[in-house]
Each structure stands twice: as C-alpha cells, then as structure tokens.
Design a protein around this ligand. Structure first.
Ligand code: NAD
Length: 397
C-alpha cells in the first residue's frame, strides 16, 4: 500500500504529478460518453491507437473499446507509478481504462515505450499476433516533443516557432494569469526539419509498413492521423509555423499511405482535422491557450463546445462508421467544422484584438480553460476528496 495525499504541483503549462482518483473519474466520464456509440457499427474488431493515454488518443481508445466493442491495443509513453511516487496522468488514465475493461471482459492492452523505436513496433507486432489478429483500424495520435532516430543516434527536437520572421503577439502567461505580448524568433532550417521529423508523417508510415509486412492489416484496414489547422490569429505560430509544416507533411503522407494500403489490403488513410481542445500538447503552444479561452466561451454559449471524447464520438458516428468518410476538397476529414464557422471566427477575432488581462475572465472562458487543464492531471475534478489519502501505486493489469 502506498497511501498519499496528492496535491497539485503545477507551474504554467507543466504539471509534475497527477491524482489517480481524479484521472480515473475523468476516464469513467469519458466512457459514459463513448457508450453512446453502442450499436452504431461493428466495422472495427481490432484497433491500434498510437498515443493512447491522454487527449485525443485516449478518447479514441475509449470510444473504440467501450463504444464500438472493439479490442484495442494502445501505445504510449508514460511514467509508471511506484510505491512512493505518483505516475503520470496518462498512466492513471490507462490504469482505469484497463480496470473497467477487465470488469466488462473487454480486451484492452497497452505497450508503454517509445513509439518511434523498432523495439516498440516489434512488441506491438508480437502483442497483436498473440492476442488480437489483423487490425481494422490504426489511429495515429502521437504528440511528442522529441524523436530518437530508430536507426541511429540522432535526436530531433520539435519546436513551436514561426517560419520566416519572428512572431510578436498575444499569449497568456499561465503562471500569473496575464495577457502578455510575446516575441518568438523564427525557426532555423534545422529546427523546421527536426519538427517535421518528430510530428510529420514519417513514423505514421513506418508503423503502417511494419504492420503490413507482418501481415497484420485486415482487408479494408483504415488508418487515421490527427491534425489541426485553427484560426488566422494562431497561423504564425501554428499552421504557418514549424508545427504546421509538420502537419502538412503528415497530411501529404496520407496520400502515399492510401496507395500502399490499397495495394496491400484494399485499405485507405486519412487525416482528421480536429478541434482545439485542452491537452498536455496543446497547452504548450503559445497563443493557443488564449485563443481556446475565447473560443470556448462563445462555443459554450452556442451549445457547440466539445471536448476530446465528444469530438471522437462524432468522428466515428459521422465519418469512420460510414462506408466512406465525408472529406473536404483536400481529402481531409473535418471535425473542426463547428470551431471554424466563419461568424464564430469573426467574433473570436474581434475579442482577440481587444482582450487584456483586465478583461480576460469577462470576455473569455479562461476559468474553464484552467479547470480543463487541471483536470487533465486529475485535479479540480468534482466528486474527489483531495484531502483524503489515496493509493498512488496503480497497475495496468
Ligand atoms: P496529448 O499530449 O494529450 O497526447 C499525446 C500522446 O502521445 C500520449 O498518449 C503520449 O503518451 C504519447 N506519446 C508521446 N510521445 C510518445 C512516444 N515517444 N512514444 C509513444 N507515445 C508517445 O496530445 P493530443 O493533443 O491529444 O495530440 C494528439 C494528436 O492530436 C496530435 O497529432 C495533435 O497535433 C492532434 N491534435 C490536437 C489538437 C488539440 O487541440 N489538442 C487539435 C487537433 C489535433
């Protein structure tokens, strides 16, 4: 037994601990939403989710397992708990997902390790052969800060920087809740290249080639990777910046993957453009927290606000459960459609121009943003007694 009172250790967009019961309750809430998919499709028997422990990947795992009754293998990179140290939020999320799956006799397994490595790809192949069988769906939801070359010593670090010229613009300083102006220098060519290596489509393709060569893609197997476009106010730092360059590479990879999959298993690859939601990855992007705070207030007022689980349930219901998903003119799935409505974006842009620290809580849902952020780590979750000691050592099986 390792009972501890767990208090948040959060500074800015970094949290160094997590509350196991808060994470577990978050997962159970998401599972309830996922269950609304039941009976909608039997298309997916075996599903692989790469990046399965938090954010969009966790929502995908829960939707597939508890909504679509699929067997799910997940891959993630999380810190295990020990007798005297808390695990990461993703670790606790999966501990609860495994517990619920066991209770309901569902097959959910996890490989915790570096998805970029040959060793983890091989472990996945072995786990699929031993306990699953060929895959009907592979979802790539990795958000990583770095990648170690699987064939050498090179380590690529992704950066969040503009391309061509420095960016000066508004952002929130999460440490003191202030709207401040920040300047970020333009990326070097090496930084652009490194970000594409980490967040582009190279590793997505490597996974699919490994699985195809291992005979683990079922006839008609589909694969989806998640991407983001967002509004003009974040273009310099997001879509036109280093991460946007990586996303363009990811999106272009879908075409080559479709050609390969068509040939190997009559399959197809798509990118799904998702809405901005609060995750560990998105919290690190300058300007995006401020944008989300404004957008969330307006979307809540309109009744169109969604979190990751609502987005993924809609992705299955309106796209992946169909014979063929609905695509935009560039061949992408768009579940950012409600976020990108032109009149909503015009309202956001007007608020963006005038928002200051003084008006932050009035014209945006910064309180909601912060709560969502704390909840990622199991804190500020209604119904949890944070004064009570809890077992911090949780196991995945
Ligand atoms: P997240 O930080 O919540 O999740 C990242 C996942 O990747 C975790 O499961 C983590 O364990 C895993 N991971 C990281 N490095 C790994 C490694 N080396 N090996 C194995 N697993 C590793 O991020 P998220 O926001 O859910 O992002 C997932 C995808 O969705 C990304 O491609 C992101 O760009 C995209 N997306 C996010 C948003 C958003 O607003 N959050 C919007 C649209 C698209």
């Amino acid at each position: 037994m390792a009972l501890q009172v767990v208090s948040p250790r959060i500074r800015g967009f970094i949290a160094t601990n997590a509350h196991p019961d808060g994470c577990a309750l978050n997962v159970r809430r998401q599972v309830e939403v996922a269950r609304s998919l039941r009976g909608t499709s039997e298309r997916y028997r075996n599903v692989l989710v790469i990046g399965s422990s938090t954010g969009y990947g966790l929502a995908t795992l829960l939707s597939a397992a508890f909504g679509l009754d699929a067997n799910v293998l997940g891959v993630c990179f999380e810190r295990e708990s020990t007798e005297d140290r808390t695990g990461s939020a993703g670790w606790y999320n999966l501990a609860e997902a495994h517990r619920l799956a066991r209770e309901e006799s569902r097959l959910v397994r996890t490989i915790n390790g570096d998805a970029f490595s040959h060793a983890v790809k091989q472990q996945a192949v072995e786990a699929l052969r031993a306990g699953f069988g060929p895959l009907d769906l592979v979802v790539y939801s990795l958000a990583a800060p770095r990648r170690q070359d699987a064939d050498g010593d090179t380590v690529w670090n992704s950066v969040l920087k503009p391309i061509g010229a420095p960016y000066t613009g508004k952002t929130i300083d999460l440490r003191n809740d202030a709207v401040v102006e920040t300047t970020i220098e333009a990326a070097t060519d090496e930084e652009i290249e490194a970000t594409v290596r980490v967040m582009g489509g190279e590793d997505w393709a490597a996974w699919l080639h490994t699985l195809a060569d291992a005979g683990l893609l079922a006839p008609g197997c589909r694969t989806v990777a998640y991407s983001y476009i967002g509004p003009e106010v974040t273009y310099p730092i997001y879509r036109s910046g280093t991460i946007g360059r990586a996303k363009e590479h990811l999106e272009a990879s879908a075409e080559a993957l479709t050609t390969m999959l068509k040939d190997r298993c009559e399959g197809a690859a798509w990118v799904s453009i998702n809405k901005a939601v609060v995750t560990q990855a998105s919290a690190a992007i300058p300007a995006v927290a401020l944008y989300m705070s404004i957008a969330f207030k307006l979307m809540k007022e309109r009744g169109t606000h969604e979190g990751a689980i609502e987005q993924i349930v809609r992705l299955f219901r309106e796209h992946l459960n169909l014979e063929a998903p609905l695509l935009d003119e560039e061949g992408r799935i768009r579940i950012d459609d409600w976020e990108m409505q032109p009149d909503l974006q015009a309202e956001i842009a007007a608020i963006w121009d005038t928002i200051t620290t003084d008006t932050l809580t009035e014209v945006s849902d910064y309180a909601g943003y912060k709560r969502d952020f704390e909840q990622l780590f199991g804190f500020s979750v209604p119904g949890i007694d944070y004064a009570a000691p809890t077992e911090v050592h949780r196991l995945l099986d």
